[in-house]
Design a binder for this molecule. Structure first.
Ligand code: SF4
Length: 336
């Protein structure tokens, strides 16, 4: 839209650079703050271009103020979705962006998967989520450390818009956000992992693995029926080898389902034959969603599971649950 405005009004090319500086780097809160442009030009811009594709309808903070969840409505059709800002204890700030409204994958442990799939978000709608939180952090004299595509939706099923948004976020002329601070998390769409490599994606990858066996995985991630587990994991290993970036294997621990030491041993076998530096298992306690029949694993079960991985030399962490009191934790996003 801004490109069209500049072209239509025959503005000099330096106007685009001024816009990009103010909008993507200085995180202005309205076009009135674009003071490198004349007032007349700003007024013309306001009439022609919307400042954001989104409206923040509601925000909720967790009781410890570490997590903020925002309900956005997109101005094109008023459809709503959520994104999350996580303020970590060590000073890092991570935005968990959504790339869809609802999700067609339908994972059984996920609130988004239980919603009706409404549609994809555009690249600018993804970028505007990031800008919203970047502006908020600027007011607090803080900055954004990481961007993760772990909100609503499967990024690899909206790959064109996700890649376009990453181009805007990473481009030196626009936001200039380091590519290695961006993570795409996928439920495992094998051919699209190869496509990511073909497109030269240099950011990080996380795989929502959640089970070390094909049938068990299919029972909680319906789309897993389409993609054979060994082929999926070997695609992910190929991505790690190509980029030399450590892949995060996400593993939600569900009591009695996938949290036994035998599952951990099978996971060790699945992740073997790869450089241990390129493997990291992120153990996530299950976060309750609606009336799901699942139960969070006990602390003993989680530690026993982690011990098996550690003894096999697999780096692992136990993710601290953030924002579960406001339903902003992993798997809890929905457009409430
Ligand atoms: S976990 Fe991710 S891929 Fe699965 S339903 Fe939820 S949003 Fe979709």
């Amino acid at each position: 839209m801004i490109d069209e405005f500049i072209k239509k009004n025959l503005l000099a090319s330096f106007r685009m650079a001024q816009f990009n500086q103010a909008f993507y780097k200085d995180y202005i809160s309205s076009f009135d703050e674009l003071t490198t442009w004349s007032k007349r030009l700003r007024e013309e811009l306001k009439k022609a271009v919307s400042f954001s594709t989104l409206v923040a309808v509601k925000k909720i903070e967790s009781s410890d103020h570490g997590t903020q969840k925002v309900l956005f409505s997109r101005i094109s059709d008023d459809k709503c979705f959520e994104s999350v800002l996580m303020r970590h204890g060590d000073g890092r700030n991570t935005v968990c962006v959504s790339c869809m409204i609802g999700c067609p994958v339908g994972c059984l442990f996920c609130a988004t998967g239980k919603m009706k799939f409404v549609g994809n978000l555009s690249a600018q709608e993804i970028v505007d989520q990031v800008l919203h939180f970047a502006r908020l952090l600027k007011k607090e004299k803080q900055s954004l450390s990481n961007i993760v595509f772990m909100g609503m939706g499967e990024p690899l099923l909206n790959l064109d818009q996700v890649m376009e948004s990453i181009k805007i976020l990473n481009s030196a002329e626009k936001m200039g956000f380091g590519i290695r601070r961006i993570t795409i998390s996928t439920s495992g769409i094998t051919p699209k992992i190869f496509e990511l490599m073909k497109r030269g994606y240099k950011g990080r990858l996380a795989l929502s693995l959640h089970a070390p066996l094909q049938k068990l995985r299919e029972s909680i991630i319906p789309i897993a029926k389409k993609y054979e587990l060994l082929e999926l994991v070997s695609a992910v290993k190929a991505f790690a080898t190509r980029t030399q970036l450590r892949v995060s294997y996400e593993y939600i621990l569900i009591s009695g389902l996938n949290d036994k030491p035998t599952h951990a041993q099978k996971l060790v076998r699945l992740l073997s034959k790869t450089d241990p530096e390129l493997v990291h298992v992120n153990l996530i306690p299950y976060n309750p969603v609606g009336k799901a029949a699942f139960i969070r694993s006990s602390s003993n079960a989680i530690h026993a599971f982690a011990d098996v991985l550690t003894h096999a030399g697999i780096q692992n962490t136990f993710r601290v649950t953030m924002g579960d009191d406001i339903k902003a934790a992993c798997g809890q996003l929905a457009a409430e």
